[in-house]
Design a protein around this ligand. Structure first.
Ligand code: AMP
Length: 300
């Protein structure tokens, strides 16, 4: 079943202990769509600016991602994020953000995509997430994501997004910032109270935690020997998770647990190189091989 994603398509400047990259292709929706497209047709709602190169556009098209909802705005630049990671690769430090097009754009979901059963609202301004949500008709499952900037700038908008969606996928730091709870079980319960029936909290190299109506499930991360660039790990986790659910067309508790596995595997590929470089060569066969290897790794 088709999958719809709204989010950022960005330029990223990233420094990690393995090196530095400038103006590489990034963005929450880019990572998500790139990862999900391994498993299912994925259609993208996003905006870029006048400075977005044709080469990046061609790369997205080449991946088979639906681009009818990708708008290029003539009078503004592309969203640009600059971040760094120290020795603790689980924590991204933002140097600066140029919101640019994200603050100017109004998402428009093409009519042919409005009945997509699976929808992901990746990191974007909550007002953009709400605008997209208002244009889709009765999806089977809608999950959302957020991060520090939006929790600070538009908490009310974000809480409305949470009330109007089935669940939220976010990292441990964001869960603490949003809920004020240090303990992640308590944080998940607070997320439920805010309207997210499904709460997925990612903990970087320590894995991910799922809570559905208060019932928990946890997975370790796939053991990656050399993490080169953690940027996009969260988005590609969500892409693998939603891609798996959309591929199977089911979103019950059992499917969600299996989808956590798919998300974990996809994220493990993402962090092995800068930007989308490792995901670029990811195909279904490599995904399935690692999935099987991880099942063995988990078996008691
Ligand atoms: P992740 O590492 O999965 O949490 O996400 C990293 C990606 O999110 C980068 O490619 C950034 O371009 C993008 N990003 C960073 N900050 C924001 C923001 N405030 N809104 C939307 N996307 C963002």
């Amino acid at each position: 079943m088709a999958l719809l994603v709204l989010g950022s398509v960005a330029f990223d400047d990233v420094r990690t202990p393995s090196g530095y990259r400038e103006r590489v292709l990034g963005g929450s929706a880019t990572y998500f769509a790139w990862a999900a497209a391994t498993l299912v047709q994925t259609d993208l709602i996003a905006a870029v600016g006048r400075d977005f190169p044709d080469e990046f556009m061609a790369a997205l098209r080449g991946r088979g991602i639906g681009l009818d909802g990708l708008v290029k705005m003539a009078d503004v630049d592309t969203f640009h994020w600059s971040g760094r990671y120290g020795d603790d690769l689980n924590v991204a430090q933002t140097n600066w953000v140029k919101v640019n097009v994200l603050g100017k754009w109004k998402p428009l979901v093409p009519p042919a995509w409005r009945e997509h059963p699976f929808v992901f609202l990746a990191n974007d301004a909550p007002q953009n997430q709400l605008a997209a949500l208002g244009q889709v008709t009765k999806p089977r499952l809608v999950l959302c994501d957020t991060r520090d900037l939006w929790i600070d700038q538009d908490r009310a908008g974000l809480e409305e997004v949470m009330r109007r969606t089935d669940g939220i996928v976010l990292n441990d730091g964001e869960a603490r910032q949003l809920t004020g709870e240090r303990n992640l079980i308590r944080a998940a319960h607070r997320l439920h109270a805010l309207g997210s029936r499904i709460a997925i909290i990612k903990k970087g190299e320590h894995g991910a935690f799922l809570s559905v109506d208060g019932q928990g499930f946890a997975l370790p991360a796939y053991p990656v020997a050399e993490v080169v660039d953690p940027t996009g790990a969260g988005d590609s986790f969500a892409g693998g998770l939603m891609g798996w659910l959309a591929r199977g067309g089911v979103a019950d508790r059992k499917a969600l647990k299996q989808a956590m596995l798919a998300g974990t595997i996809t994220a493990s590929f993402c962090v092995e190189d800068f930007s989308l470089d490792r995901l670029k060569s990811l195909d279904l066969a490599a995904f399935e091989r690692r999935m099987e290897e991880f099942r063995q790794f988990l078996s008691l």
